[in-house]
Write a protein that binds this ligand. Structure first.
Ligand code: FEO
Ligand code: CA
Ligand code: CA
Length: 639
């Protein structure tokens, strides 16, 4: 989202269904691939494993993509290269349960939305399940529902907004936030949801009970009227990107939570500086008109209960999601992880705001692939680091640890809980490098590389440029490559380089740095989400390429050899939409993409959207949806 944006208990999976431990064990027992890779990869030989299994051979020595590039453009629908097809997997409002009502956009209700796929799909995780008796691939799609587009989503809102946002309409919005777990299966008609699967689950903004864990749990600064313990939060919101951990849990990153609060802090309130640093309250949503918890005049601590990474066990629809405070509090974009040679797990995270920071978290404990219980609370203990990108190409990872450096009572921190609640202020004090909106950060266990998407920053001045953010008024963003020494992701000193400065290479003053092999279709602006395919090739999704006059989409990036910095256009979204999620299946034969806020635009409303994708029916609004892109001949995507 570029705004820098309960269900009743479900039945448990039937007896005999595999647990997460079984799944992960099965995944890692494919030692054939590990053995094969170890011959060519010192990292794997050193014990480094990845959550993404190489399943296809590299297409050529320099990783050339072989698909026929699509053309630049902007219209009401989506586009893929010749020889590819798309499955419409699931749309906002589609039923998840046997008793879910059919989508009826003119008669929406909280009760209906709680049983339907939510709005504005962002992150997509895919947890494979054992094949069915019929041998068809299946798995759990874990989708974040980042936010709602209030004017597009419900009828009768735009004319007279915000007064049109009644209590019931706010409840519908809250029910559309959060996330969905939905079983999907590859059928004769493509990837389809399994309605009524015992795994299916909705997680929402206001009535999914969550537990707060880690150093900030129970802090007086997390206590509210509803929760005097500071350990129980109802709901999660603004879940942007995320991650799937090596042990198969789903991480939901809470991003623009500031927009969901209204009101004014009482004069001289001690949270004033903290809230100001996060832009709380921003009042993009009207929930605070009807619910005290979203009004900071009445509940000044409630915003401190958001901005965390939430861990969910998608295999158990009755499990309690956990807000893992050790990972810090900021506008979390994503939380992709990797197992370091030491066995420690390292998570990379961006704070998506102009001039905010890149972080990594290193667990204190070690990942145990044979013992699910040992991994259950790994994310509660460890060290959170923030990055300083020095001119000499070194990244210095600085620990955000209470008692070290300036993080002490003299500077307003009484505990590690305080450091975590005010992660941004702590990072300011350490002199972290203010970046151009860090979004996805993706580690690659095979190479020790880490890819950092920096979307854009139109507020950076000439006086504020630095080596890692080298353009003033950076409207089109850039991508940074971090190299961890010898694949040691726990390192506190790494190297960095710029892969590409984005934008139109034909306009000299933009200063784009694409490889000249990039075609007129291949360049883009505003890299946001990214994914690695099973060969380790980088794919980039954009949010803001429409500023260049063409749709957002997905591009395939060359990162090595003579073609390094070359990009090819693979997918184009309909007008108004950004592309989120990109996620490959482990065999590389499906690429899932999340089309977010289709039909948006200046003046766009429920009654008058810029497209009615994907249904294209009069009176039916545009619907954020998940697509599966597959090659018609069944081969690997992009090969
Ligand atoms: Fe939710 Fe930063 O995109
Ligand atoms: Ca974005
Ligand atoms: Ca994003």
């Amino acid at each position: 989202m570029d705004q820098s944006e309960n269900k009743p208990a479900n039945p448990r999976p039937a007896q005999g269904v595999q647990t997460i431990g079984d799944i992960i064990e099965a995944r890692l027992s494919r030692r054939g691939f590990l053995g094969g890779m170890a011959a060519t990869s010192g990292l794997l030989a050193a014990g480094c494993v990845t959550t993404q299994t190489p399943g296809i051979a590299q297409t050529s020595a320099d990783q050339t993509f072989s698909f026929e590039e699509i053309t630049r453009g902007l219209d009401e629908t989506h586009h893929v290269p010749a020889g590819y097809q798309t499955d419409l997997v699931i749309r906002w409002g589609d039923p998840l349960f046997d008793d879910s009502p059919a989508f009826d956009p003119d008669n929406q209700s909280e009760a209906a939305q709680l049983k339907q796929f939510g709005y504005n799909n962002d992150y997509l995780g895919f947890v494979p399940l054992p094949e069915d008796a019929d041998g068809k691939p299946r798995g759990l799609l874990c989708a974040n529902h980042e936010y709602v587009s209030s004017l597009l989503m419900q009828p009768g809102v735009a004319n007279g907004y915000p007064a049109t946002m009644t209590r019931e309409k706010c409840l519908i919005e809250m029910a559309a936030h959060g996330g969905s777990v939905v079983e999907i299966k590859l059928t004769e008609s493509g990837w389809q949801p399994v309605t009524g699967s015992p795994f299916n689950r909705r997680i929402t903004a206001h009535d999914t009970p969550m537990e707060v864990t880690g150093p900030a749990a129970g802090s007086p600064r997390l206590q509210t009227t509803e929760d005097p313990t500071g350990r129980k939060v109802a709901g999660t919101m603004n879940n942007c990107a995320g991650g799937i951990t090596p042990w198969g849990t789903w991480l939901m990153a809470e991003e623009n939570f500031n927009g969901n609060f209204l009101g004014e802090l009482p004069e001289g309130h001690p949270e004033a500086e903290n809230h100001a640093r996060y832009g709380v309250p921003s009042g993009w949503y009207q929930w605070g008109r009807h619910f005290d918890r979203y009004n900071v005049s009445k509940e000044p601590h409630e915003p401190n209960r958001f901005g965390w990474v939430v861990e969910v066990d998608p295999m158990d629809p009755n499990s309690t999601p956990k807000k893992r405070t050790a990972l810090g509090r900021f506008k979390h974009e994503g939380a992709e992880s990797v197992v370091a040679p030491s066995g420690q797990v390292v998570l990379y995270m961006g704070d998506d705001q102009r001039f905010d920071y890149v972080y990594k978290f290193v667990t204190a404990g070690r990942y145990d692939p044979d013992n699910a219980d040992a991994n259950r609370d790994l994310l509660d203990e460890g060290t959170l680091y923030v990055a300083r990108f020095d001119e000499d190409g070194v990244v210095e990872w600085m620990p955000l640890t209470f008692g070290e450096g300036l993080l002490n009572p003299e500077h307003g921190f009484a505990s590690q809980a305080d450091v975590l609640i005010e992660t941004r202020r702590a990072a300011d004090l350490l002199g972290a490098t203010p970046m151009d909106r860090p979004e996805d950060v993706e580690p690659d266990a095979r190479t020790g590389k880490v890819w950092v998407m920096l979307t854009n920053n139109n507020r950076r001045t000439e006086d504020e440029i630095d080596a890692a953010n080298p353009r003033a008024n950076n409207e089109h963003g850039h991508i940074i490559e971090i190299t961890e020494p010898n694949g040691d992701f726990t390192a506190t000193q790494s190297r960095w380089d710029i892969l590409v400065r984005c934008g139109d290479p034909k306009v000299a003053e933009i200063g784009a740095t694409w490889n000249p092999l990039t075609s007129d279709q291949g360049w883009y602006g505003s890299p946001d989400n990214c994914a690695l395919d099973p060969s380790g090739r980088l794919w980039v999704a954009t949010d803001g390429n429409d500023d260049t006059g063409a749709a957002d989409g997905v591009w395939a990036m060359e990162t090595t050899g003579e073609r390094r910095g070359t990009s090819k256009a693979f997918f184009r979204a309909p007008i108004g939409a950004e592309v989120c999620g990109p996620r490959f299946t482990e065999d590389g034969r499906t690429l899932f993409v999340a089309v977010q806020h289709p039909g948006d635009g200046d003046g766009a409303t429920f009654e008058s959207p810029t497209t009615r994708w994907p249904d294209f029916k009069d009176g039916v609004p545009p619907r954020p949806s998940v697509l599966a892109i597959r090659k018609a001949d069944g081969g690997p995507v992009g090969a």
